[in-house]
Design a protein around this ligand. Structure first.
Ligand code: CA
Length: 227
């Protein structure tokens, strides 16, 4: 299971295919070609982020955006072939989080998605699980009231996992989130070993960060402690 669900609202199949191929490595992707059905999809599937084309066959993308904002604060990135500044301003005023103009590079889009998801998650200020306590603003972690010192990268990994507690995050997804394009599985493994050494009572039998063998890692949630 991939952590984050992205809805692509786009009427050009070739663009849907391109985006599904490039983003599908990191996110679960669903798509709609029409605005009306997209609004229904959002209510039912509750995606984590929406890529919204402005030129849709049924209703204008800006109207879709305004409609979404009447019931959801899901992050929305506008994807548009139009270059009009007034439209861009309107989109932001209507609640868009970001705006990309076609044609765009794959890496640029991935970076914008990452940034948008990250900034939206900043409103979560604390995480508590059994003896573990994390304050994201102060970047403090304690276990049983005792301070645990992590490196900045180690903290970022724990933050990402705990903000997605209960969900399996794939190796590639974590690498992508933490290092962008500069990481690999070895460096993740080394960091995870160090994190567990500091975080877990018994690093060989972790209870907070669990391994999904061959897939990735998952921060436990309270359900894991109910037996
Ligand atoms: Ca279009």
């Amino acid at each position: 299971m991939k952590a984050e669900l992205i809805l692509i609202v786009e009427d050009e199949q070739i663009i849907i295919d391109f985006l599904t191929a490039s983003l599908g490595q990191y996110y679960e992707i669903i798509s709609n070609t029409h605005g009306i059905e997209a609004i229904e999809t959002i209510k039912v599937r509750k995606p984590n982020l929406i890529l919204l084309d402005l030129g849709l066959p049924d209703i204008d993308g800006l109207s879709v955006l305004k409609e979404i904002r009447t019931f959801s604060d899901v992050p929305i990135i506008i994807v548009s072939a139009r270059h009009m500044e007034t439209e861009k301003v309107q989109a932001f005023e209507s609640g868009a989080d970001d705006y990309v103009t076609k044609p765009f590079g794959n890496n640029e889009l991935l970076a914008r998605i990452r940034r948008t998801l990250r900034s939206r998650k900043n409103y979560i200020s604390e995480f508590k699980l059994q003896d573990l306590y994390i304050n994201f603003q102060k970047r403090i972690i304690t276990r049983g009231g005792k301070r645990i010192k992590l490196t900045p990268i180690e903290f970022d990994i724990v933050e990402y996992l705990s903000k997605n507690a209960g969900k399996v995050l794939l190796h590639d997804q974590i690498i992508h989130q933490i290092w962008g394009f500069g990481g690999d599985k070895q460096i993740l493994r080394v960091n995870m070993a160090n994190i567990r050494r500091k975080l877990e009572v018994n690093p060989a039998d972790p209870v907070y960060i669990l391994t999904e063998v061959g897939v990735g890692y998952r921060m436990a949630d309270e359900g894991d402690f109910r037996h």
